[in-house]
Design a protein around this ligand. Structure first.
Ligand code: X8Z
Ligand code: ZN
Length: 604
């Protein structure tokens, strides 16, 4: 039915289907609107069908769900990349000075979506979709093995991603650390050939649509060039360089003392750090062992508490369907089902059906991640309204989408909130600097060299420079050394021809060429946080409490409800009075730099 409808797209003159209406001032706007209304109607329906199939694939990996996923993706692509749709959209954009800003934004969104699936090369589109389903299936059904596998491929001791993260967080046994770290990197081997295919296919599609690469296509959603995006990310790194250096020195020393090892001269061995990719240095700040406060909390409590934060600011409770249809907790023991272990939030029908896929357990990392995911969910719920056409039911940009949940995660880590909610004991003596150190280690300063540096530059080279597969491993570790000052436990990894450590990072496979979103979100969230703390709450940004404040809710809703209807730069300026800048973040961590310099200066 849908397919028949869109084939006639350009010939049909359809009545207004009640989606967003631009002011009807001219005939040309009326005609463009008829096209957009038709597109929006089909797009929303197709998305709902496709998302259901993708959801099935991510929550229960099987040959059957892989097949469903591929077929459904191909069906959606046949519409999104239809050559007549592209031609019609371009025709309207050629006359854009006669259209409204809202219409132009929708037309640009149509072209952006078409660029991943241009119908002029349908075989390449189909191959890309099949390769992506296959890659997701291999990734999501992978079982980590902590022992040598037997000849028939059986594993005596398997582990989940949560298990590995748990060991990296607490173990002081260097052999155990090395073993789980190595086990976590085994995931890359079966994914390498899939990424080789995807590198070519993704680039072919983007180039068909006139972009220099798939990386350039993804960056174009910000209205930026590749050069500008890289420069922006590099500028973040320049701005935090002294702080990162000081944090790295402090961490290196403290880890050496904790593990009873000699202090490394420069780079930190990757298996020493408390995260599989050294991207968040969790559970290191002395006196801020938050995990102990979550041990007796159930996973259900964690998600409910995250919801309560949003509700307290005036957002609606999550719909019943969220609780019924989401997949929030680890697969129960005894079930053989495999699901994606990385947290995500889904807007199934671009309307009320919102879901999250997580594996929440009772620890502080999942507490933070649950707030992050609900940020996406509340974004979805806020812009799913008649004023925002389905095509623009997205963040002001992708970083805004990431930034809201990140913002609420740091807000939910503030001491006054944690004590008010009795998560921290009321009589706990608080060392404010230790909390600031913890935030730098777990969320911000450790994270930027990874996100703005390693991930962004690797994917830039992968797509824009067609980095050959035999150079991936060496390039990856060069970037890790240059930006994070981290080295692999064993240099033999660099020349291991079947290893692919980049492939172990979920986003490289299924959220490609977009990781700078998180770097921008990190910077952005401090601008929003500073504004909220100083202008709305009139509290110290280092020690404030958003909980229960409806004015904060109103401020956030105003951003969220707009979806992608307006330019992100305007949205940011209107909200904070400022352009995108590291100013607020750098100011926030200034006291930490002073403290670290003093600590690092002490002779040990
Ligand atoms: O992938 C995520 C979210 C889902 S959008 C859990 N994050 C990045 C990551 O885990 O690598 C959150 C921050 C960084
Ligand atoms: Zn996210």
């Amino acid at each position: 039915m849908l397919l028949v409808a869109f084939l006639f797209l350009c010939q049909l003159s359809v009545p207004n289907v009640g989606v967003m209406q631009a002011p009807r001032t001219t005939t040309i706007q009326n005609n463009a609107q008829a096209f957009l209304d038709l597109y929006n109607g089909i797009y929303q329906r197709l998305t709902a069908v496709d998302q259901e199939n993708q959801w099935a694939g991510s929550t229960d990996v099987s040959d059957r769900s892989d097949g469903r996923r591929t077929a459904s993706g191909q069906m959606a692509a046949a519409f999104l990349g239809n050559p007549q749709v592209i031609a019609e959209t371009r025709k309207w954009l050629d006359q854009k000075n006669k259209l409204t800003p809202l219409q132009i934004k929708q037309l640009q969104a149509i072209l952006f979506k078409a660029a991943s699936a241009p119908g002029t090369i349908p075989q390449v589109v189909d191959a890309r979709i099949e390769a992506e389903s296959q890659q997701a299936s291999v990734q999501d059904s992978f079982v980590y093995c902590l022992t040598q596998k037997s000849a028939d491929g059986k594993c005596a001791k398997t582990a989940t991603a949560n298990d590995i993260d748990g060991v990296l967080r607490v173990s002081k046994d260097m052999n155990e650390r090395l073993n789980v770290w190595n086990a976590s990197k085994e995931l890359g081997r079966p994914l390498k050939s899939g990424l080789v295919k995807l590198q070519t296919l993704r680039n072919q599609l983007a180039r068909e649509m006139g972009f220099s690469s798939f990386f350039a296509l993804q960056v174009s959603e910000y209205g930026m060039s590749v050069d500008d995006m890289r420069k922006l990310n590099q500028s973040f790194l320049t701005d935090i360089k002294p702080l990162y250096k000081a944090l790295h020195t402090w961490t290196r020393r403290n880890l050496a003392a904790k593990y009873g090892q000699p202090e490394p001269k420069g780079a930190i061995p990757a298996h020493w750090l408390t995260n599989r990719w050294s991207q968040n240095w969790v559970a290191l700040a002395p006196g801020v062992d938050l995990d102990q406060y979550f041990k007796n909390r159930t996973p259900e409590w964690i998600v409910k508490q995250a919801e309560a934060f949003y509700v307290s600011m005036g957002f609606a409770p999550l719909p019943d369907t969220f609780w019924q249809k989401s997949d929030l907790y680890p697969v129960p023991a005894g079930q053989t089902r495999h699901k994606n272990s990385h947290a995500s939030a889904w807007h199934m029908d671009l309307d009320k059906d919102v879901r999250s896929l997580m594996s929440v357990e009772g620890d502080s990392e999942w507490f933070s991640t649950a707030h992050h995911e609900l940020g996406h969910i509340y974004y979805y719920m806020s812009y799913a309204r008649p004023g925002v056409p389905p095509l623009l039911r997205e963040g002001a940009n992708r970083a805004f989408h990431e930034g809201i949940g990140e913002l609420i995660s740091i807000a939910a880590g503030q001491v006054p909130y944690l004590q008010q909610q009795k998560i921290l004991p009321a009589d706990l003596k608080i060392d404010q600097t230790a909390f600031l150190l913890n935030e730098a280690l777990e969320h911000t300063i450790s994270f930027l060299p990874w996100s703005a540096g390693v991930m962004t530059e690797f994917e830039y080279q992968l797509y824009e420079k067609n980095l050959p597969p035999e150079k991936w491993q060496e390039t990856w570790w060069k970037l890790v050394a240059d930006y994070q000052d981290v080295v692999p436990p064993d240099a033999a990894r660099l020349t291991d021809p079947t290893a692919c450590d980049a492939c172990t990072k979920t986003h490289i496979n299924d959220d490609p060429a977009q990781y700078y979103d998180y770097a921008i979100a990190t910077v952005l969230k401090y601008q929003l946080h500073e504004y909220i703390a100083t202008k709305i709450l009139k509290q110290d940004p280092h020690s404030c409490n958003y909980f229960g404040n409806k004015e904060v809710g109103k401020f956030l809703k105003k951003i969220l409800e707009q979806g992608a209807t307006r330019d992100w730069r305007v949205v940011l300026k209107e909200a904070t009075g400022e352009d995108l800048s590291t100013r607020a973040m750098v100011a926030y961590f200034k006291p930490l730099q002073v403290w670290l310099d003093a600590e690092n200066g002490k002779v040990k």
